[in-house]
Write a protein that binds this ligand. Sequence first.
Ligand SMILES: [Zn+2]
Ligand SMILES: [Zn+2]
Length: 378
Amino acid sequence: MVKRDYYEVLSVTRTANGDEIKKSFRKLAMQYHPDRNGGDADATEKFKEAQEAFEVLSDADKRSIYDRHGHDGLNAQGGGFGGGVDLSEMFGDLFGSFFGGGGGGGRRQRQGPQPGNDIQVVVDIDLKEAVLGTKRTITLQTEDVCGTCNGSGAKPGTQPTPCRRCGGQGVTIQRQGIFQVQAACTACGGRGMINPDPCSGCRGNGRVASRKTEEIDIPPGVDSGNRIRHGGKGDAGSAGAPRGDLEVVVRVKEHRFFQRDGHNLICQWPVTFSQAALGGPIEITTLTGDKVRHELPRGLQTHEVLRILGHGVPHVRSPKKRGDLLIQVVVDTPQTITPEMEQLFRQLAVMEKAQVASPGKKSFFSKLKDWISPDEKK
Ligand SMILES: [Zn+2]
Ligand SMILES: [Zn+2]
């Protein structure tokens, strides 16, 4: 599902101030609050959407991350939504207890089996690995179902019993004026069940921390910021619910010579004066170490770009398709010139009617050498 822009959700401009945001959210919250819509699923969705938008736009830090990086920026922060907004402060106790009064841990529990949490890891690879694909062995900290009690949290041989306070519902319902409000049951923490005799392996929690290693495949063609999802490798869910996912976020390090531009790779390549003028074959070593012969055209100018087909980055979804290698040639002026070369360059200068420094004029460095050790000349 595509997430709508938070400013659009709240119908405010991008420069709206805190009061405007609050006012707009208040209006939407009154309109779509589940208690006012008989639990209508559409209204509940709209309410949640507005609540999430308000939670971000009313928080200066989150708002600035969102402004710069959008939804992805907030996801990368790993912050969950819901429960962060103290509605009781905004609406008095009208809706307050629906959200558990806005106090810590007051997030309303969903009923039924809860899927496990997703885990995110960041993997750094170099550009060559991004082109060829690679593997990494990573260590994960996950929450697993306790093996002693199979997740029930009850000591083997005993049974959890339904919570008496909420009758096993996990929530308590109270009437406040014309509204019915629900809150997570404080006696069972919203689970609906109580363990009179907790399991010693997990202290009644039903879960234990576990460390495991996973070998993950990073496909050819990945780029910085790509996310690879491995279903069912996250935390264990509650009984009957699926595990969360493992999400691998790829970061590609910069290369000394090669740069990436979409599916193309770009690098500079030196050619001599004569190669630039006359053309001829050169052998290029690609990022992956392949040797590729390429025919230079005559009359090449410095910084001209040559395209070597199919030596770029594979498309991550169809690895047979590859971008190109773009070679920017740089004419490499010789720094040491033999007497024969000097003679030829002088002949060339005459033909070009170009003024050049007269023979015998020493370079700065050879003069410097003479200065440092004058005796070596003789
Ligand atoms: Zn309860
Ligand atoms: Zn246990």
